[in-house]
Write a protein that binds this ligand. Structure first.
Ligand code: SF4
Length: 360
């Protein structure tokens, strides 16, 4: 089908068909520009000209990980020279720093320690809740939930309810990568399967624990795999309404096993980043916010992505060892710099909470 016909159809309010979305991901040149422009127009209709961010602080409690995914430069085996696991006191020190930055969200983003069980995760949550009683605690991937359930011989629901009681307010939709098991068997064979990921997310949403949706793209997957992934997210959102945003995570290749073993030579190009942003906006008609990763894209690409369907810059983070260890720049910016790049686009930057309530 003609690209212009597909785009007119979507602008008329019709749901983008998977086969047409695959075609959009293959566009180049002026056709690609038309895809970005259509996504930008849909973004404006849906959320206006506001660009949002959350004042948050990442805490990487451990880099020891049972999974050692091929696309990751952060995870370590226990006993490796630079492997670490924070003590309670070290977690408290991180939280004290976060408190001084007046964050509204703590983002727990760590390796999946092979010995951790539900009790360990509960203790971490209790420390966060005790030190920062009013912040949103945004933590744990479906893989961590599944691991806690396995280790403690409980169901996904039992784990989620216990975490919610201990202070968890929202969950990360990470560990999704690409929800196609043939791709997962290459890039993250030790992680939850696509079906397990979906079960944890649906259970969380059912217990009123919202989550982000994510995609980590640019390794071995095809355009069809990316759209299969988006179809799963769109279907879940139709049923639960529990996704707060779609987060786009381009593969950073330099220090990862997939790259050093010669399986993937480079990460995604700029046009792949922009097409992925635009097609996510057009395909996910039931998710209002499309978030880009400033550390992974850098400020200039972030500006371009904001013109191709994105409306959220994620957060202040203050640290992003996951991107840094993979070979990216540990590049977290203060709201003043976000304001600079957003104003340059004629848009308005606003601070939000985890759940996208605007903070005056
Ligand atoms: S991506 Fe996450 S689960 Fe995989 S190795 Fe890295 S830290 Fe571990």
């Amino acid at each position: 089908m003609q690209i212009s016909t597909i785009l007119t159809d979507v602008r008329d309010g019709n749901r983008l068909k998977p086969e047409d979305a695959v075609q959009l991901l293959h566009t180049r040149g002026r056709d690609a520009l038309a895809v970005y422009a259509a996504a930008d127009a849909v973004r404006e209709e849906k959320v206006g000209n506001t660009v949002t961010f959350v004042r948050n602080n990442n805490i990487h409690i451990t880099n020891i990980c049972k999974n050692l995914c091929g696309f990751c430069g952060f995870g370590r085996r226990a006993g490796e020279q630079d492997a670490y696991m924070f003590t309670s006191e070290q977690i408290r020190a991180q939280l004290t720093a976060a408190k001084s930055r007046q964050v509204t969200e703590i983002c727990l983003l760590s390796g999946v320690h092979p010995e951790s069980d539900l009790d360990d995760y509960i203790k971490q949550l209790q420390i966060c809740r005790e030190m920062l009683p009013n912040v949103n605690i945004h933590g744990f991937s479906p893989d961590e939930i599944n691991w806690a359930a396995t280790q403690s011989n409980l169901s996904h629901r039992d784990v989620l309810v216990a975490m919610q009681d201990a202070g968890l307010t929202s969950m990360q939709g990470t560990a999704a990568e690409i929800l196609v098991d043939s791709v997962r068997s290459v890039i993250c064979p030790a992680k939850v399967s696509s079906l397990q990921w979906e079960d944890v997310i649906r259970t969380a949403h059912g217990e009123s624990i919202p989550s982000s949706a994510t995609i980590m793209y640019g390794t071995v997957e095809t355009a069809q795999d990316r759209i299969t992934h988006l179809e799963i997210l769109r279907r879940i959102q139709d049923d639960t309404g529990g996704f707060t945003e779609m987060v786009l995570l381009p593969f950073i290749h330099q220090h990862t096993p997939l790259h050093t073993k010669g399986i993937v030579q480079f990460g995604p190009t700029a046009s792949e980043d922009l097409l992925m942003t635009a097609v996510s906006r057009l395909f996910l008609d039931n998710i209002d916010h499309i978030q880009i990763s400033l550390p992974k894209l850098g400020s200039k690409m972030a500006q371009a992505a904001l013109c191709a369907g994105a409306d959220d810059l994620s957060g202040t983070m203050y640290q992003d060892a996951v991107t840094e260890d993979a070979g990216g720049v540990a590049w977290c910016i203060e709201p003043e710099e976000m304001e600079y790049i957003v104003r340059d686009l004629g848009r308005t930057l606003k601070e939000r909470t985890t759940l996208y309530e605007i903070i005056a």
